[in-house]
Ligand binder design. Structure first.
Ligand code: ATP
Length: 337
């Protein structure tokens, strides 16, 4: 879908991209980096809108330096910033964009209705965009990127400005762009955590250079750590502590508490992380919980979150800083900005 070779972009005072080599296949790919990492610059080069200083790039096999117009016919683009005319309706705007992409009038109207329905804009589609919420505007921006049935869409920070619920809805929509229509997606974010649920592949850049590129499952591989949570009881007012002592006594190694402690959240520190050496570890945990007369709330294999991968590595401090807190989200709707 996208290939870059030693791609650089230098502005007089900043190197926005630094010899970036990427090979991105079909599916949903996340491009992650802190603010200023070079994500928008890369997208503009890929669309043939801004020339690279050095190196080469191709999108769908087309050279960005010479075939920009052909690329923009086949690729949809959702820009980061607000760029919608306030005094026209979503329908008028998306029909206009469809016509600009070369669709005949009837097809443009039909595709607009389908696309707006897909992004969840119904009766509101006839109202002027100026009165829309941020979430609705983001949906219009997504619709205009999809309306001409592209093979690939480039989405620049589509969750920007959305609350946690709006963000989840947008991420769901993005996933369905691929599963329902077979359109490949490159989506940027400064939050690693939100992309791991949406993307097949994640590329991390920092200071314009490639930090890591791998499949999401490699990032978030299942570990042999068990997360165990128990109730308290009259005999054991601190059930977690009682279980910790029982497990240690039984020779089970504890990895520690879940990192939620530091956040001071309700229930923080009530999850024990247990190193599982085999099936028998589950039995020891179960028997210890039963022996203490506690209730077992959960015992589950714990997945790594992408951000944790970086915590254990040396160089990419910036990536961790950029995504602080994104690793521990538990679907609690916390905003990880
Ligand atoms: N036209 C420009 N002139 C000079 N510097 C620029 C220009 N465009 C981008 N930059 C600089 O290049 C670097 C990369 O910017 P870019 O917008 O690509 O980052 P980003 O990862 O998309 O971040 P953000 O999410 O904040 O937009 C930044 O330091 C930015 O200030």
């Amino acid at each position: 879908m996208i290939a870059t070779e030693s791609l650089s972009k230098r502005f007089p005072r900043v190197t926005a991209l630094d010899r970036l080599s990427l090979d991105i296949g079909p599916g949903v790919t996340g491009l992650v980096g802190s603010n200023g990492a070079g994500k928008s610059t890369l997208i503009k080069i890929l669309l043939g809108l801004s020339p690279a200083t050095e190196g080469r790039a191709a999108v769908l096999g087309l050279d960005v330096a010479t075939e920009g117009a052909a690329i923009r016919e086949r690729v949809g683009y959702m820009p980061e910033h607000d760029c919608l005319p306030p005094d026209v309706s979503a329908t008028e705007f998306v029909v206009h964009m469809a016509r600009m992409s070369g669709l005949p009038p009837t097809a443009a109207r039909e595709r607009t209705a389908d696309t707006l329905r897909h992004v969840g804009l119904y009766e509101e589609r006839y109202r002027p965009i100026g009165g829309y919420s941020t979430g609705m505007k983001q949906r219009v921006k997504l619709a205009q990127a999809l309306v001409h049935d592209p093979k690939l869409v480039l989405l620049d920070e589509p969750t920007n400005g959305l609350d946690p619920v709006g963000r989840d809805e947008m991420l769901g929509l993005i996933r369905r762009v691929h599963t329902d229509f077979g359109i490949s997606v490159l989506v940027t974010s400064h939050l690693l955590g939100e992309l791991e649920r949406t993307c097949d592949h994640v590329v991390v850049i920092d200071g314009g250079a490639l930090l890591r590129s791998s499949s999401t499952s490699d990032f978030t591989r299942t570990t042999t750590t068990l997360a165990v949570e128990v109730t308290d009881s009259d005999a054991h007012p601190d059930g977690t502590d009682a279980l910790r002592r029982a497990l240690t006594g039984a020779g089970i190694k504890l990895v520690g508490h879940d990192g939620l402690d530091a956040e001071g959240l309700p229930g923080a520190g009530h999850i024990l992380l247990v190193e599982a050496t085999g099936e028998e570890t589950y039995d020891v945990v179960r028997d210890s919980v039963a022996g203490l007369g506690l209730g077992l709330i959960r015992m589950e294999q714990r997945r790594h979150h992408i951000a944790e991968v970086f915590r254990t590595e040396e160089a990419p401090r910036a990536a961790v800083a950029a995504t602080a807190g994104a690793g521990e989200q538990k679907g609690s709707g916390r905003d990880e900005h």
